[in-house]
Design a protein around this ligand. Structure first.
Ligand code: ZN
Length: 182
């Protein structure tokens, strides 16, 4: 058993069958969905990750949560949820690329990046919590410039812009994005 974090590669696809807490990423790795302990059944070749963080009762289906994007792969963003209905919580949420937009998205990093603060809706009740940002009120509420680290401002044309270095970036922006250009 070893302690693992979201997105961490645990094995390649040919080595084991993914069970609870594990998903297969597009590059063929079995990766952890959650913070937990990984166990490989060496006889059956089944890989599990058991959560170390217990279920939080304030996080349930339909609740809007807020969190920090701590890791991404091509198809999943991992969100450290710190607030749910104005209660302080500590949980990991999983945002799949199919839950960012109704349109097809190849790479989630074109819309959500590490370091972004997001508002998202929870679509299930157990860990790992699954999130969606399809609704206009959900998405990125604060992002930093990938070039210089300054806060990005929302331009009325819909893109984000850095006042410091001028870089323009794209995100799936929530209606309540915190800083706007005026
Ligand atoms: Zn910048």
């Amino acid at each position: 058993m070893s302690f693992v974090t979201p997105g961490e590669p645990l094995a390649v696809e040919e080595e084991a069958i993914p069970a609870s807490g594990v998903y297969i990423s597009r590059d063929g790795y079995l990766r952890s969905m959650i913070v937990g302990k990984a166990t490989l059944d060496r006889y059956k070749k089944i890989l599990h990750v058991k959560p170390v963080v217990r279920r939080d009762l304030t996080i349930r289906q339909g609740v809007i949560v807020e969190g920090l994007v701590i890791n991404t792969s091509e198809d999943v963003a991992f969100v450290k949820i710190y607030s749910a209905e104005n209660n302080k919580v500590n949980a990991i949420g999983l945002l799949h690329v199919s839950q960012v937009s109704s349109d097809y998205i190849r790479d989630i990093n074109e819309y959500i990046r590490i370091g972004d603060i997001v508002k998202a809706k929870v679509i299930n009740t157990n860990t790992p919590y699954l999130l969606t940002v399809k609704e206009p009120s959900t998405g990125v509420i604060l992002a930093q410039c990938s070039n210089c680290g300054s806060i990005l401002y929302l331009h009325s044309a819909g893109y984000l812009v850095c006042k410091n270095c001028g870089k323009q970036e794209k995100r799936k922006v929530a209606a309540g994005y915190l800083y706007s250009l005026r």
